[in-house]
Every structure is written in structure tokens, then in C-alpha cells.
Design a protein around this ligand. Structure first.
Ligand SMILES: Cc1ncc(C[n+]2csc(CCOP(=O)(O)OP(=O)(O)O)c2C)c(N)n1
Length: 187
């Protein structure tokens, strides 16, 4: 099992001018505490929508790498998005799921990945050129390194512990949008 903080800290170090869209759960709190930056677009309440937003970003900004940081519960709520990502297949897209196998935010109800659901296999079947499942920090780091060294779309399922960090990003959508647009030079 991967310590969620160590995984997110490793990823945060890799970011250059990448656009990041963070899912509504603890993934968002983790990346906010690991490395808040204007290029991070945090979703509040919009469960399942991070990959839909991130796919749009990747297609609209092909010159920038786009990292979708997702939760298992959120992705399972909008699983069909994997088919669209695999079909449109932007080479600048990396979709990482921090899979803690529960809905941590709402009381730790188990998700389908606590059972047989294999998100990496589903992503591969949906057309991702690379889809890996990481159960150790070394495997996660290796997958991230490979994703950063070549073209995607990449899907990484990281089996993580439940997050302990809980720092809250700004909640104003207007503020988040404006600072994101400014970072893109479109403000
Ligand atoms: C459509 C919808 N249903 C339910 C919720 C309530 N909700 C907020 S976060 C969450 C769980 C998210 O689970 P996961 O993506 O696995 O992230 P974690 O909480 O484990 O970090 C739920 C059910 C919501 N925001 N939207």
C-alpha cells in the first residue's frame, strides 16, 4: 500500500507548467497541501467531473501537459469518461487515480474497487495507450516517471492509504477560475 502523502508529494515535485485538475475528494486537499499553484484547478462538489474537465483542457491546450488527479469514488461515478478519454487520446493527458477504495469524504463507504473492479484494466480496455496499477511507492514513482518521459494518454491507478492532510483550497469558483486563466495568460 502506498502512503497517499508520499505519492502526492512525489507527483507535486514533477509538475512544471502542467495544468492540474483535482477531484473533489481528499485528492484535492492533498495536492493543495503538497503544492498549491495557480495552474491547479480544484473542483468542489462536482463529483466525477475532473476527467471531463481535464480532457477538455488537454484538447484545448495540446502544448501543455494536463494531469487529472482523481478519486476512485468520483471516477466510478463517471466511468464512461474513460471511454471518451481513450477515444480522443490526447498525448498530453495523464489521469491518476488515488484509489483508497472508499468514499473517504462522506464516511468511508466502500467503493467497487474494494471489490473486483480493476480501473487500470478498464482504462486499458477503453483505449489508453498506457495503463498501470501501482501497489508500492516505487511502482508509482516508476509509472509517473515513464508518463513524464513519453507520450500518453496515461492512466495510473495508485492504491493508497486514506489521506491525513485536510487543507482546504479556496472555495470561490470565481477566484479559482480567474487565477487559472491568469496562469494560462488568458486572464
Ligand atoms: C453527485 C454527488 N453525489 C454525492 C456527493 C457527495 N460526495 C462528496 S465527496 C464523495 C466521495 C468521493 O469519493 P472519492 O472520489 O473516492 O474520494 P475520497 O472521498 O475517498 O477522497 C461523495 C459521495 C457529491 N458531491 N456529488
Amino acid at each position: 500500500m502506498i502512503d497517499s502523502q508520499e505519492a502526492m508529494d512525489y507527483l507535486a515535485e514533477k509538475l512544471t507548467d502542467d495544468l492540474v485538475v483535482a477531484s473533489l475528494g481528499h485528492t484535492k486537499y492533498e495536492i493543495f497541501e503538497a503544492r498549491d499553484r495557480p495552474e491547479n484547478f480544484y473542483l468542489w462538489n462536482a463529483m466525477g467531473m475532473a476527467p471531463s474537465v481535464g480532457l477538455g483542457m488537454a484538447m484545448a491546450a495540446p502544448e501543455r501537459r494536463v494531469a487529472i488527479l482523481d478519486g476512485d469514488g468520483a471516477l466510478l461515478m463517471n466511468l464512461s469518461t474513460l471511454a471518451t478519454e481513450g477515444w480522443r487520446a490526447p498525448p498530453n493527458l495523464i489521469h491518476i487515480v488515488f484509489d483508497n477504495r472508499v468514499h473517504h469524504m462522506t464516511g468511508q463507504q466502500p467503493t467497487a474497487t474494494s471489490g473486483p473492479a480493476d480501473l487500470a484494466a478498464i482504462a486499458a480496455g477503453a483505449g489508453f495507450s498506457h495503463a498501470e496499477r501501482a501497489e508500492t511507492l516505487a511502482a508509482f514513482q516508476g509509472a509517473v516517471d515513464r508518463a513524464y518521459a513519453g507520450e500518453g494518454p496515461w492512466f495510473i491507478q495508485a492504491l493508497v492509504t486514506q489521506a491525513k492532510r485536510g487543507g482546504r483550497p479556496p472555495k470561490s469558483p470565481t477566484l479559482l477560475r480567474h487565477r487559472f486563466e491568469a496562469a494560462l495568460g488568458k486572464g
